[in-house]
Design a protein around this ligand. Structure first.
Ligand SMILES: Cc1cc2nc3c(=O)[nH]c(=O)nc-3n(C[C@H](O)[C@H](O)[C@H](O)COP(=O)(O)OP(=O)(O)OC[C@H]3O[C@@H](n4cnc5c(N)ncnc54)[C@H](O)[C@@H]3O)c2cc1C
Length: 330
C-alpha cells in the first residue's frame, strides 16, 4: 500500500483518486471547488467519434474514454447507489446540406470497425430529425450516432466522492500546496495550475453554457444530444430543459461573471435550433477549460515526487475516467 495526495477534485483528480483507493492505496484528495471548475460547468458530452481532429494519439485516448464509460459508470453507480446522469440516447449531428451530410457520414462511419461502441451510424432526413427530437429545427439533415452519450459532471463528482470514501479514501475541501503533502503528490489543479511554477505550462479558455427551458405543454424526454453547426451543441438537462454552448475565450482572467453579450448570442442560437418554442433563459454556467501548449493532455511525473495530469481541454469528461484507471495502474 502506498500513500497518495491528490490536489484538485475535478474529474481528473477524482477519477485517479477513486481508482487508487479501489486498488487499496492510502488516498487523500484536496479540493477547494473554485468557481469556474470545468467539471461542474461541463456539458458532459461523450461522443468523440464525430470530431474532425486528426491527432491519432488524442483520438485513441478519447476513443478509450468513451469505451470505458458504460463499465465504469455501472460499477460506480452500483457501489455508491448514486446516479451520475449518464445516458446514451445517441447523438444527432446536424449538417448544412445533404452534400456535407454525405461526406460526414462517410468520415464517421469509417470509424465504426475500430469502435463498435459507436453502435449504429446512419443518415437522417430533416423529417427524421424532427421525429426523433420534436423540439429541434427541420432546417438541417443529420447523421445519427447511436452510442453518443452524456454525463452530469456535478453528479459524477458526487458519486466519485462517495466511492472514494467507501474505498477508504479521504476527501477534504481545502486549499493545499504540493510542498505540504504526504506521499506521492498527484497534481490535477486544472486552470489553477498556473499558481505554482511547474511543468506543464497550462493556459485556459473561458466557456459559457446557457441553461434554458422551453415553454411548452408537451414534453419529449430522453432526446439525443445535438451536435449543431460549427462548435454549437445542445444537451437535455431535464424535461423541456436544455443547455446550449459554448463560447470559447482565451484569457488569463479567472473571472466567472457571465457576459450579457455571450448570453444574448447563445439565446439567439437557441432560438435558431428551437424555432417553434419559446426559449426562457434559466442560468449561465461558466467554466475554465485547461489546455497545455500542444493542446494535448499532459500525464506524467514533473518532479520525483509529483505526478501531473492536466490540459484535458474540451474532452475532459470523456477521458477523465480512463485516465484515472491508467494513472492508478502506473
Ligand atoms: C462549459 C464547458 C463545457 C464542456 N463540455 C464538455 C463536454 O461536453 N464533454 C467533455 O468531455 N468535456 C467537456 N468539457 C471539458 C471538461 O469539463 C474539462 O476538460 C475537465 O472538467 C477538466 O477537469 P480537471 O479535473 O482537469 O479540472 P477542473 O474540473 O477545473 O478541476 C480542477 C479542481 O482543482 C481545484 N484546485 C486547484 N488548485 C487547488 C489547490 N491548490 N488545492 C485544492 N484544490 C485545488 C479547483 O478548485 C478545481 O475544483 C467542458 C468544459 C467546459 C468549461
Amino acid at each position: 500500500m502506498k500513500t497518495f495526495t491528490i490536489i484538485g477534485g475535478g474529474v481528473a483528480g477524482a477519477s485517479i483518486a477513486y481508482h487508487l483507493a479501489e486498488f487499496g492505496h492510502s488516498v487523500t484528495i484536496y479540493d477547494r471547488f473554485d468557481e469556474g471548475q470545468a467539471t461542474t460547468a461541463s456539458a458532459g458530452i461523450i461522443c468523440p467519434w464525430v470530431s474532425q481532429r486528426r491527432n491519432k494519439k488524442w483520438y485513441r485516448l478519447v476513443q478509450e474514454g468513451a469505451r470505458y464509460y458504460p463499465e465504469f459508470i455501472d460499477e460506480l453507480e452500483n457501489l455508491t447507489e448514486q446516479t451520475t446522469g449518464y445516458k446514451r440516447n445517441g447523438a444527432i449531428n446536424l449538417f448544412k446540406d445533404e452534400r456535407i451530410q454525405q461526406l460526414a457520414y462517410e468520415r464517421i462511419a469509417a470509424k465504426q470497425d475500430d469502435s463498435p461502441e459507436m453502435g449504429d451510424v446512419r443518415k437522417m432526413t430533416k423529417d427524421e430529425v424532427k421525429q426523433m427530437h420534436p423540439h429541434l429545427t427541420t432546417a438541417y439533415p443529420a447523421v445519427f450516432v447511436e452510442g453518443g452519450g452524456q454525463i452530469n459532471g456535478h453528479d459524477l463528482l458526487n458519486a466519485l466522492k462517495v466511492g472514494i470514501q467507501m474505498h477508504g479514501g479521504k476527501w477534504i475541501q481545502q486549499d493545499v500546496h504540493p510542498e505540504h503533502c504526504e506521499g506521492t503528490v498527484i497534481y490535477t489543479a486544472g486552470a489553477w495550475a498556473t499558481e505554482i511554477d511547474q511543468e506543464p505550462a497550462v493556459r485556459h479558455q473561458r466557456a459559457e453554457l446557457l441553461h434554458l427551458s422551453l415553454d411548452e405543454t408537451s414534453t419529449h424526454p430522453n432526446v439525443p444530444i445535438v451536435m449543431g453547426l460549427g462548435p454549437m451543441y445542445i444537451v437535455e438537462t431535464g424535461s423541456n430543459q436544455y443547455a446550449i454552448g459554448t463560447t470559447h475565450e482565451d484569457t488569463t482572467d479567472f473571472s466567472t461573471t457571465p457576459s450579457e453579450e455571450n448570453q444574448q448570442y447563445l439565446h439567439t442560437e437557441a432560438e435558431r435550433y428551437f424555432p417553434d418554442s419559446h426559449v426562457q433563459d434559466q442560468s449561465i454556467a461558466v467554466g475554465l477549460r485547461p489546455f497545455t501548449r500542444d493542446n494535448l493532455p499532459f500525464i506524467g511525473f514533473v518532479q520525483e515526487n509529483i505526478f501531473a495530469v492536466n490540459g484535458l481541454g474540451s474532452t475532459g469528461l470523456t477521458v477523465g475516467p480512463v485516465i484515472g484507471r491508467e494513472v492508478a495502474a502506473i
